[in-house]
Design a protein around this ligand. Structure first.
Ligand SMILES: *Cc1c(COP(=O)(O)O)cnc(C)c1O
Length: 388
């Protein structure tokens, strides 16, 4: 029987092996492993690719978020508004710098942070004191927004940036799943807010051979501060006006990523083609409304890090597909406001109904570019068989 893994990185490696292995050999021969020439070049290539002034290579997507928060001096007494339906690191890093994550619900059609929900939080729970926002309930300073471009599609950045400008909030884009994704008018993920944060975890569209990440910025002083905070805040070396950390990226990872970056647009096209194939098949089959294709907002460029459907009896479907050797995943089964570690925030089930519904109904299907037509059709036919 045709088997369809959720992701097949071996197929991708076979394509680039001949280019990557000599570079790895070269880096090993040079024995310069930290912040070398490949890192510098990767940073400028990715700055150009994302439409940003500056790129700062870091050790992971999580560390990109952590570094961004630290470089923007966000810490104890501060609050950061983010989505309750995202990967843990988004809110985990906010809490780790000593700030309070403020969760808001998502827009049900895109799974991204709802500007209306953010506005409602501000209007109901906050006061403006000398131009700055204060949370009336906790007394905390609301200082930043951290929207997430979930599954590879941009959050609705226009209204979010308007809110940010009205209340002098910094904006950190969690673009971990969204390299090359575009908002309206071609504005790329990571270029719209103050700092863009990317992950090169192997399963992301641009994946390293291990952990790696990137911060982007347009402001030169902020970019320089990110660079300094990446190496413990020392400038010059061993002189510390600030406490940073070790957020460095490996030269080996940078070398691998530079090779892969040349293929990225082709791979993205493949993902978009596969998504279009599913879209058309699901529209034709109808499935009596029991499976809904993801919404790609017109005018955006969705890069489909994940192709996520909403499904009736999602868990039954997932089990059925597994029996037919089709890999799927639930991103994410527990919305962050209901995670045990965030119990101190005092949320209850029902607080963010769209996030909770998404956690119960969404299912990621295989969409990686090397998928063959027979594999796509096996997925489509199996879904049809389940609902028949
Ligand atoms: C992958 C991911 C991260 C974390 O990136 P790592 O490189 O795994 O640390 C953060 N946010 C989102 C939305 C992600 O998908």
């Amino acid at each position: 029987m045709t088997s369809v893994p959720l992701l097949d990185l071996k197929a991708q490696f076979a394509e680039i092996r001949g280019e990557v292995m000599p570079l790895i050999e070269e880096v090993c021969a040079g024995q310069h492993f930290i912040l070398g020439e490949h890192v510098r070049r990767l940073e400028s290539e990715l700055a150009a690719y994302t439409g940003c002034g500056f790129g700062i290579g870091v050790s992971s997507g999580t560390d990109a978020l952590q570094l961004a928060l630290m470089a923007l001096h966000i810490g104890a007494g501060d609050e950061v508004i983010t989505s309750s339906f995202t990967f843990f690191a988004t809110a985990g890093t906010i809490a780790r710098v000593g700030a309070r994550p403020i969760f808001c619900d998502i827009a049900p059609d895109t799974y991204n942070l709802s500007p209306a929900a953010v506005r409602e939080f501000i209007e109901r729970r906050c006061v403006v004191e000398s131009g700055r926002l204060r949370n009336r309930v906790t007394g905390g300073r609301v200082v930043a927004l951290m929207p997430v471009h979930l599954y590879g599609q941009c959050a609705d950045m226009g209204p979010l940036m308007e809110i940010a400008h009205s209340y002098d909030l910094r904006v950190i884009e969690d673009a971990a799943q969204a390299i090359g994704s575009e908002y309206l008018n071609g504005a790329r993920a990571g270029s719209i807010g103050d700092v863009g944060c990317f992950s090169f975890f192997p399963s992301k569209n641009l994946g390293a051979f291990g952990d790696a990440g990137l911060c982007t910025a347009n402001d030169e002083d902020l970019a320089e501060h990110l660079r300094v905070m990446r190496v413990h805040g020392g400038k010059p070396k061993y002189y510390h006006a600030f406490i940073g950390g070790n957020f460095r990226i490996d030269e080996l990872q940078a070398a691998v990523l530079r090779v892969k970056l040349k293929y990225l647009d082709g791979w993205t096209d493949g993902r978009r083609r596969n998504a279009a194939h599913y879209d058309a098949a699901f529209a034709a089959a109808g499935f009596a409304g029991r499976v809904a294709a993801p919404r790609a907002v017109p005018g955006y460029r969705h890069i489909y890090n994940q192709y996520v459907v909403r499904a009736t009896d999602r868990d039954g479907l997932r089990k059925f597909l597994a029996e037919r050797s089709i890999g799927t995943e639930i991103y994410y089964p527990v919305p962050l406001h209901l995670q045990e570690c965030f119990a101190y925030l005092g949320h209850r089930p029902g607080d963010f109904p769209e996030s909770e519904r998404a956690a119960a109904e969404s299912l990621a299907l295989p969409v990686y570019p090397e998928l063959e037509r027979a594999q796509l059709d096996h997925v489509i036919e199996s879904i049809a068989a389940f609902y028949a």
